[in-house]
Write a protein that binds this ligand. Structure first.
Ligand code: TYM
Length: 332
């Protein structure tokens, strides 16, 4: 079976972008692939050096993984920092990654703008650590959202560079995966940019939001007075609202509001009410199930422990190949 790896940073509660960009595909892939899904707690240190809330976040993301439908009996679920082989591979790959190319990475440039007081080396080498996450299991498919595309390109480069440098095909080429569709970018509710954990909290729908908060956020989403003539092109923020509707509503609802828009008869208040209720129908069961799971620390720890054991077997096998390719298996 093909090997799949993906992870989510433990920087708080997951949102709709994480779900539809990544998690939904994790769940769809768990039957047919050899899946490794993890919690990227090391990566979260690049932006969140304060570790006070980290343990809570790690438990939360794990509970959400399971609440969204991942079955620990079918996939390997683990915490990144439980796998020291990832750190070893990261160290080795860092010697093949150049300052110039790392500085040009879009996510690095964003972070330099967002946290000029903390431009640490971990931020710069973030793509190398992510490459190590992927290559440590020699994965070929990586289900992620649109914002990770450039990181995947770098992962292919670093892996191929290793293969060429040491003359052995240790690593296959990993590709971002969305079942043949374009990678997804879930927009934020304010009509500007993507949904994200850190930016405008009221424009992001979290999987932990209560019903009333979901209603409030959706009703506040940016709209306008509506089209004044039939078949006018949609502004971006209205397009975004329809995109969100396509994620959670049924076909008849979508058709209804699309037709209303094209007839210039749409009432955005009604559309948002319908969207809010469908959003609640989608989020509420995940929220409740994650809250229950989160209380069962014993169970979560068992999942972490067993996941780490399985992940380390795969990781150790890769590192053996790596050391061999580099001629660093001195005692053989
Ligand atoms: P992170 O934690 O920011 O996000 C986790 C996943 O959610 C996706 N995502 C989105 N997809 C669509 N629309 C959005 N608005 C949206 N926001 C987030 C992300 O694309 C991602 O798939 N670097 C990664 C974590 C990581 C990783 C890895 C992923 C570390 N090592 C190895 C894959 C393989 C990150 O920061 O994701």
């Amino acid at each position: 079976r093909e090997i799949v790896v993906s992870g989510i940073r433990s920087t708080g509660v997951l949102h709709l972008g994480n779900y539809f960009g990544a998690m939904r595909n994790y769940v769809r892939m768990q039957e047919d692939y050899d899946c490794y899904f993890f919690i990227a707690d090391w990566h979260s240190l690049t932006t969140h050096p304060d570790t006070k809330g980290l343990s809570g976040s790690v438990h939360r993301v794990l509970a959400e993984y399971i609440a969204c439908g991942l079955d620990p009996a079918k996939v390997t679920l683990y915490v990144q920092s439980d796998i020291p082989e990832i750190a070893e591979l990261y160290l080795l790959l860092n010697m093949l990654a150049y300052k110039g190319e790392l500085e040009k990475t879009a996510s690095f440039k964003d972070k330099v703008r967002q946290q000029p007081e903390n431009v640490n080396a971990g931020l710069l080498t973030y793509p190398v650590l992510m490459t190590s996450d992927i290559l440590v299991h020699r994965a070929v498919k990586v289900p992620v959202g649109k914002d990770q595309e450039q990181h995947l390109e770098m992962a292919r480069n670093f892996g191929q560079r290793f293969n060429h440098r040491y003359g052995q095909e240790v690593f296959p080429e990993p590709y971002a995966f969305n079942f043949g569709h374009e990678l997804l970018k879930v927009p934020s509710l304010d009509g500007a940019g993507k949904m994200s954990k850190s930016e405008n909290q009221m424009a992001t729908l979290y999987l932990n939001d209560d019903d009333d908060l979901i209603r409030k956020k959706v009703m506040k989403a940016k709209t306008d007075a509506g089209p004044t003539a039939p078949n006018t092109p949609m502004p971006d923020y209205i397009e975004n609202l329809f995109l969100l509707m396509r994620l959670v509503s049924d076909d008849s609802t979508i058709l209804h509001y699309t037709a209303a828009y094209n007839d210039a008869a749409i009432r955005y208040g009604d559309m948002k009410k319908a969207l809010a209720e469908d959003m609640i129908r989608f989020i509420a069961p995940i929220r409740e199930s994650a809250r229950e799971l989160e209380k069962d620390k014993g169970y979560l720890h068992k999942v972490m422990r067993e996941g780490a054991e399985k992940a380390r077997i795969s990781a150790a096998a890769t590192l053996q190949l790596v050391r061999h390719a580099m001629g660093m298996d001195y005692r053989f």
